[in-house]
Design a binder for this molecule. Structure first.
Ligand SMILES: [Zn+2]
Length: 280
């Protein structure tokens, strides 16, 4: 068996190919799977071509995404699921995150065309960056069960409250994918979750740095106060040219250091209600 229940944390997870954990609090269930990197070669080509429903993960990713190439490191089984007491859920998974990467047919909206002009990029570089395929940029905000209802809201996640010291009951970090852009920077998509006695908080972060050119952070924050019956979801896109920031180069390795200095380009504030999944 390659699945292990690690609820008590007694097992050396490094030695196991798949790690699964489930945490329950106030009738919510928080669960994740963590596993190995996507293999780079299909060894069952014939079967994969014949029966699409039985294709290997590599073929599933390749066929679904239609990208010129996949990120260097893809973790196809890494997934975080937060299940409401009634069975509805919000989930964060690698395939859905990569589905939001432009494959050239449906380019993502880019709000920084003018920034490029300001940063006076060499022409050929500008051309190279425009299609955005190879940066693997995603504006993924999670995958919702059908019973979830999303609406715009004026309510904001109380960041100050989150900064208060509260006991952390559960914490986990997952990487969905990463690519070093052929040594030209970094593109990564990661998830962090922490559960406190009063609430839980998720940060899904896409970070892109094209060395000497630009940085981008697409953050999705999900917050639930156990005293309410909804979750708040906030998406922000921050990005700018490297020269705009006037910061020491050493800071460019750490999105946490960069983020406060980067201009916000887009924000989406949502409230998500979970209807009873069984009532449909
Ligand atoms: Zn295959």
């Amino acid at each position: 068996m390659c699945t292990v229940n690690n609820i008590k944390g007694e097992i050396d997870i490094q030695r196991l190919p798949v790690n699964f954990e489930e945490y329950k609090i106030n009738d919510w269930t928080i669960k994740y799977t963590k596993s190995h990197i996507l293999h780079s070669l299909c060894v069952t080509t014939e079967k994969c071509n014949e029966k699409l429903e039985e294709q290997c993960l590599l073929c599933l990713y390749t066929n679904t995404l239609q990208l010129p190439h996949l990120p260097e490191m893809v973790f196809p089984n890494n997934k975080l699921t937060i299940v409401h007491p009634n069975g509805s859920f919000i989930e964060f998974n690698t395939l859905d995150a990569l589905k939001r990467v432009s494959n050239g047919k449906q380019p993502l909206k880019v709000a920084y065309a003018e920034t490029w002009k300001e940063s006076r990029l060499p022409e050929n570089l500008e051309e190279k960056i425009k299609p955005f395929d190879w940066t693997f940029s995603t504006d993924y905000r999670g995958t919702l069960s059908k019973s979830a209802v999303v609406m715009a809201t004026d309510e904001r996640i109380d960041i100050e409250k989150l900064k208060q010291k509260e006991k952390i009951l559960f914490y986990q970090e997952l990487m969905l994918y990463e690519d070093e852009l052929h040594d030209n920077g970094i593109s990564s998509c990661t998830i962090k979750i922490r559960v406190m006695p009063s609430s839980f908080f998720v940060l899904l972060r896409f970070f892109l740095r094209v060395d000497n050119v630009m940085v981008r952070i697409n953050d999705t924050r999900v917050f639930h106060d156990f005293n309410t019956d909804y979750i708040l979801r906030e998406y922000t896109n921050k990005e700018c040219g490297v020269t705009e920031l006037k910061l020491p180069l050493t800071m460019f390795g750490d999105p946490n250091l960069l983020s406060p200095y980067m201009p916000v380009r887009t924000t989406i504030y949502e409230k998500i209600l979970f209807n009873d999944a069984n009532a449909e």
